[in-house]
Write a protein that binds this ligand. Structure first.
Ligand SMILES: [Ca+2]
Length: 203
């Protein structure tokens, strides 16, 4: 997910679902805004370096990535993703001069628990097609920061040893302070498979 607190609200079922999620964590928008400001002041939430992004996963990590690819390639069909509980988004995330993340389709059920299940990512990343459709580009794992404090990270999750980014403020109303990890399985990323933005992608 992108950095920064200044994002317009989503609409419809997605916003409602995320609102419920936020409520369940007793998180207020005001808290998120204040914490986001603190995060920026602390310089947290920055993109990892190229080296850290891991341009070449080792053979063991590649096997795990292959497993996730096999388990999630069915979401190339958006209707299958929606049927499995992922919520459509009409907001494509892009940072000028850096690249794009694309559309984030979040699964509220997976996002609400604290488990990280590699074969069931919390979010799917889509890029736009020329015909106005969606093309699956990757997946994203995320977990709420247990103490909702960006200055502590003792509960930072990992994906087979690859540490998540964050903790960072929510990127849309209702999303708590969280850790996340993008995995570009279906779209090559010269910055590495775990880089947050993809410089070869655009909205
Ligand atoms: Ca924390």
């Amino acid at each position: 997910m992108p950095e920064g607190p200044a994002r317009p609200a989503h609409t419809g079922g997605r916003a409602k679902a995320m609102s419920l999620l936020a409520h369940s964590r007793r998180l207020t928008t005001r808290t998120a805004t204040l914490t986001a400001t603190a995060m920026i002041a602390l310089g947290l939430g920055a993109a990892p370096s190229v080296a850290e992004a891991g341009n070449s996963p080792g053979p063991r990590m590649q096997r795990h990535l292959d497993e996730v690819t096999a388990a999630t390639k069915r979401y190339k069909r958006v209707d299958v993703a929606l049927r499995d509980g992922y919520l459509a988004s009409d907001r494509c995330e892009e940072k000028r001069g850096v690249g794009a993340m694309g559309y984030h389709y979040i699964n509220p059920k997976f996002a609400a628990d604290r488990r990280i299940r590699p074969l069931h990512p919390e979010q799917l990343l889509y890029l736009p097609t020329r015909s106005g459709g969606r093309r699956l580009a990757g997946v994203e794992y995320s977990r709420a920061d247990a103490d909702q404090d960006v200055s502590t990270d003792s509960d930072r999750p990992a994906f087979y040893g690859r540490r998540f980014n964050g903790p960072m403020a929510g990127h849309f109303p209702g999303q708590p302070i969280h850790y996340d990890l993008h995995v570009w399985l279906f779209q090559d990323n010269p910055e590495g498979v775990f880089a947050r933005y993809n410089p070869e992608a655009s909205c």
